[in-house]
Design a protein around this ligand. Sequence first.
Ligand SMILES: CC[C@H](O)CC(=O)C(=O)O
Ligand SMILES: [Mn+2]
Length: 339
Amino acid sequence: MAKQDVLITEVALRDGSHAIRHQYTVDQVLQIAKALDEANVPYIEVTHGDGLAGSSLQYGLSKTDEMALIEAAVSVCQNAKIAVLLLPGIGTVEELKQAANIGAKMARIATHVTEADVSRQHISIAKELGMETVGFLMMAHMAPARKLVEQAKLMESYGADTVYVVDSAGALLPHQVKERIKALKENIQVNIGFHGHNNLSLAMANTLAAIEEGATRIDGSVRCLGAGAGNTQTEVLVSVLDRLGIETGIDIYKMMDLAEDIVAPILPKPQEITKDSLVLGYAGVYSSFLLHAQKAAKQFEVDSRDILIELGKRKVVGGQEDMIVDVAAEIAKKQSAPV
Ligand SMILES: CC[C@H](O)CC(=O)C(=O)O
Ligand SMILES: [Mn+2]
């Protein structure tokens, strides 16, 4: 096989889990992972949307135990490596060991962009377990490039093989992606990755900007299946990269067929930019907050956009999902107060 310029990690079976309220079945994972492997996708991430052990009332209960989903994906992949996401504090070393035992080969340790120090233990244990390691710096729009460099250096020092700039809110503009990737390229030695969300319709443009500045690890999601308006659409991305002469090793027709014949039929609705997902990007709010905010809006009879704008103002970060209900209740109270 020709040397790949860019290695894609498919996230529909993890980030996409948010979009289908964590309702994946073993059968769906078997089908999707097998087709991804046959299309030559090198890495496939499988876990609850919020990472290992994310299944809970707070983050949403999974229909199927994620270890069964990981095992299913491992069982049908000849070449693709299965990746797992772990947010320290949600998942623990125990789940990481369990995932490694059943065949996961890559650990992606995710922290808020200013909190890389909490990834030390998990990155080093993943290394001891023989896994490839990724440091995943979420909500990257909330920190300037120099802060990102400082945090990426920490992850590199803990043993991360790759550090990702993660645009969790889909809020970054292409020049801001460039600035961040360029700064990492100049200051760290390990691979640089980019994970985009399409809330401002910029996932593709941002991904191309990241690649232009030297990112070689890229996340894509078939049919855009991901939190908020979804991620950079894999089958489109590999086609565009092919046109640009950038090698991914992925079979374009097989990716298209998988998108159309296997993934599209399981979607409750097509992934699109709705007024709420647009506000996520506009206000800089975590994409996975979308469905929680919509639920709270219904419960308190308020506009979900008002909740999201307020969450953006308060700079709420991942793990603070409980604030969504607080904010909705406060807005409802204000609205019902006599003038
Ligand atoms: C809650 C984890 C989150 O979905 C990770 C991620 O994909 C992101 O921050 O974009
Ligand atoms: Mn994401």
